[in-house]
Unconditional design. Structure first.
Length: 244
């Protein structure tokens, strides 16, 4: 505050701040990536800065919300800042591709502690999912008061994976690893093409050829056989978020 002549500890987006007292790095070395959390991180977001994603981020192909998703990156993913365009920041992914995220997403509060997928068992996920049987179906819902299909996945998994973001079914379809139907395990996500092309519906595999879902038709969370005529004809695939 003294260096910048500030009278308040509040700063705003786009404000330039001077830094002082930093020890120069030896020639040929690079600073470690900074976890982009907390107020004041703006100073690390200059072009060329390396940061760590503070939580799961949706990276888009352009600097507008209507651009399609390039990737969903996990919390802690290293990113390099390439450019800024208003409230959007262009970042380079570890594989070299470049995309855009909202600058506010890079300035989120401290991330929730990550939980290693290997420490989570599919049976625990199914047990948690069973607690929501009968919960009302509410479009866009994501709490015990009401859920839709992706909101149901979020409330179940976030109890054990707090770093998981509230996303759409099509976004969850891009996460984890693909699983053949013959190799499904409890806790896997199963996807269907229903009201829209692509993975527009998602449920949680419960074992024994059944899955748990927030059903818009039943208006509540129910257990459904995978070989149900409606869903068998619309089955798209499965993803595993947990370590095998």
């Amino acid at each position: 505050m003294e260096i910048n002549g500030l009278r308040s500890d509040r700063i705003h987006a786009g404000q330039s701040l001077r830094l002082s007292g930093r020890t120069p790095l030896p020639a040929g070395t690079r600073a470690a990536p900074v976890l982009a959390t907390g107020i004041g991180i703006e100073a690390t977001l200059e072009v060329g800065a390396e940061i760590l994603a503070p939580h799961p981020l949706r990276v888009r192909r352009g600097p507008k919300s209507y651009h399609t998703t390039l990737a969903i990156v996990a919390q802690g993913t290293p990113l390099r800042v390439l450019a800024a365009d208003g409230r959007w920041t262009q970042v380079q992914l570890p594989d070299g591709e470049a995309g855009w995220v909202t600058s506010n997403d890079l300035h989120a509060g401290p991330p929730l502690p990550a939980v290693e997928p290997a420490a989570i068992h599919g049976a625990d996920i199914v047990r948690e999912a069973m607690r929501y049987l009968g919960t009302p179906y509410i479009w866009g819902g994501g709490s015990a008061r009401g859920v839709d299909c992706s909101g149901f996945v979020y409330v179940v998994f976030s109890n054990r994976m707090p770093q998981l973001a509230r996303l759409r079914s099509v976004d969850y379809f891009q996460m984890g690893v693909p699983v053949d139907r013959a190799n499904l395990r409890p806790g896997d996500l199963v996807f269907f093409t229903t009201y829209a092309p692509g993975p527009s519906h998602v449920g949680i595999y419960a074992g024994d050829g059944r899955f748990i879902q927030a059903s818009s038709g039943a208006r509540r969370v129910v257990i459904t056989p995978l070989d149900d005529a409606y869903y068998a004809a619309r089955y798209l695939g499965a993803r595993r978020l947990l370590a095998p």
